[in-house]
Design a protein around this ligand. Sequence first.
Ligand SMILES: Cc1cc2nc3c(=O)[nH]c(=O)nc-3n(C[C@H](O)[C@H](O)[C@H](O)COP(=O)(O)OP(=O)(O)OC[C@H]3O[C@@H](n4cnc5c(N)ncnc54)[C@H](O)[C@@H]3O)c2cc1C
Length: 351
Amino acid sequence: MEQVDVAVIGGGQSGLATAYALRRQGLQPVILEASDRTAGSWPLYYDSLTLFSPAGYSSLPGVPFDGDPDRYPHRDEVVAYLLRYADRLDADIRTGTRVLEVRPDGDSFALTLKGGTQLSARAMVSASGIFGRPHRPALPGLKSFAGAMLYAAEYRAPEPFARQRVVVVGAGNSAVQIAAELGAHAQVTLATRHPVRFARQLTLGRDLHWWLTRTGIYVLPVGRFLRTPPTQLVIDDGRYRAAVTAGAPDRRPVFTGADGSKVTWADGSAEDVDTILLATGYRPDLGYLTPLGALDEHGHPLHREGISLTHPGLAYVGLEWQRSLSSNSLRGVGRDAARIARHLAAHPTRS
Ligand SMILES: Cc1cc2nc3c(=O)[nH]c(=O)nc-3n(C[C@H](O)[C@H](O)[C@H](O)COP(=O)(O)OP(=O)(O)OC[C@H]3O[C@@H](n4cnc5c(N)ncnc54)[C@H](O)[C@@H]3O)c2cc1C
């Protein structure tokens, strides 16, 4: 069986930043990436997506984002940036390599890859993101709804929904952005448990990320004290609040029932709906760790600030609120990766 030093599972921004940090500690990372490129889930995000963070606040360690630091890059620029970043990395990157399961192997880890190949790793970092595991909430009647149902992860562009009656469920950035984009093509309701909470993109001419960085809020290590992540604020340059105020989409409490093609609202009215789109978040995509016993009953990792509580040679990078608000962001992931790399460099089984 091939032996590697540190296996990094996932070749998106988290895996790449991890490999960069591991190299700085003198470790030898091998990135195992299921897809055929090293841009993580970015190529799968919807077509019109631009970053909510300006370019100046969207770089991984060592390679600044090109161009005007105040602009908000498009999704495809992030893809190009990550591919460039991977090219410059001094790491063994294996695309088309999905990890199916991980088992204990003495002090090491035995990884089974798609196709049956086995790999032994002294240490391991899970950086496989959340996009592969959209969360499906228990909503009344959802199972009986006969119309189309999809996750935000499957949404690409508004045109296929033209003239439809669409209900978007969720109150976060993706929900509001998709509902506003669809609102120009379809009759859209944004169904949320609570009113949407907006955060201004610009205050006194400065981007929100400038303020979060200046005040230290961005990196405040409060993640481990949060039992559930706080409600996401919708970052808004004014257009999303305006769209909701104008009723496209119209905002309502979540439906109280669904059956066949009908959805029932809190006021008792019922109407035909073509599509329900769930933009209700994600969960860590770590099923391959189940045989290791590293997860709780919900499939969440047992960890403290990214360091496994069950296996000292195992760590995580890119979890939401892993350490701070910035943990799952382009800019913040490098900071967490550096801590993890220092921990693994001191890991006792190091040869
Ligand atoms: C719609 C949207 C917009 C966002 N906008 C911003 C923004 O403006 N600014 C910002 O900083 N952040 C933003 N984020 C948050 C975050 O930066 C992204 O979600 C980012 O893609 C997370 O990177 P990641 O590497 O952790 O995970 P991913 O990008 O999901 O990459 C994980 C990789 O792991 C691979 N993988 C999964 N399972 C396995 C396996 N078993 N074996 C091998 N490989 C595997 C996947 O193929 C994938 O390539 C946004 C997120 C979303 C969803």
